[in-house]
Design a protein. Structure first.
Length: 259
């Protein structure tokens, strides 16, 4: 399980210390959850997508949107009928299905989901896993909790890669039989053996994971050490000041900019 979320790219984000980046990540998530203005949320989403474009390339900037596209579609379809505040825009018989308040709320939710997903994608794509874990340890997270985060960050992407490999293998087995282009019922039926294969693969990795945890000294009482250390807090004072300045500016914009 050596799958890494880090993507090689360019830009100042790669040289930024993971601690102020993580602080900024938490702040942006809170900001997206608290902002109720579609204009502010749209500006923030655009800024994050431009950062992804500048750091990872144009094609990578659409990955966060594609990953949650079904959620965005469901939000756009289901939110307006259940929020009928404001002026009525469309009625279906006696039922109001579209209002200006529902449209605003739908837009805010779509931008909120997109912004939070994009921020997480940008952070983990420009930050190595070991650096992120060291940042969490530096911020006071216990070793067991940091190890849990490490396993999650490596195990989940590994399962996604395993799913794609097993899916491709099943497609090769049905190539030339005429079943590879089946309809929805065929695709739904073929999903079951794929999931069984993934489950078997996950069970087989348990001994390897247990040996890895044992080699990392899980359960020992002695203090943990690390081969790599982050820079002292004073050495990144400029980055901390820039992070605080950016948070102040974003807060002022969110408060002062009209809805």
């Amino acid at each position: 399980m050596i799958t890494e979320t880090f993507v090689r790219g360019r830009g100042p984000l790669y040289s930024f210390d993971p601690r102020p980046k993580f602080i900024l990540l938490v702040y942006l998530v809170v900001l997206f959850l608290s902002v109720s203005s579609a204009l502010i949320a749209g500006i923030l989403v655009l800024a994050v997508l431009l950062l992804i474009w500048g750091s990872l390339g144009f094609k990578k900037s659409w990955i966060p949107v594609k990953s949650i596209l079904p959620i965005l579609i469901l939000t756009a379809v289901l939110t307006p009928p259940f929020n009928t505040e404001g002026s009525v825009l469309l009625n279906l018989g006696e039922h109001t299905i579209l209002t200006d308040g529902g449209v605003r709320l739908t837009l805010v939710l779509i931008l909120r989901f997109t912004g939070i997903t994009s921020v997480f994608y940008l952070f983990f794509s420009t930050t190595r896993t070991e650096s992120f874990i060291l940042a969490l340890r530096s911020l006071g997270l216990p070793y067991r909790a940091a190890l849990t985060v490490t396993i999650s960050l490596r195990y989940i992407p590994d399962m996604f890669n395993t799913y794609h490999r097993i899916t491709d293998a099943h497609k090769l087995r049905t190539a030339g039989t005429g079943r590879e282009n089946g309809g929805f019922r065929h695709r739904l039926g073929s999903l079951f053996p794929v999931l069984i294969s993934i489950l078997i693969h996950a069970v087989k990795t348990i001994p390897s994971l247990a040996m890895a945890l044992d080699s990392k000294g899980l359960g020992r009482a002695n203090p943990r050490t690390s081969c790599r250390k982050l820079e002292p807090w004073m050495a990144i004072s400029r980055q901390l000041f820039l992070t605080a300045f950016l948070m102040t500016v974003l807060t002022a914009v969110a408060v002062l900019l009209p809805l």
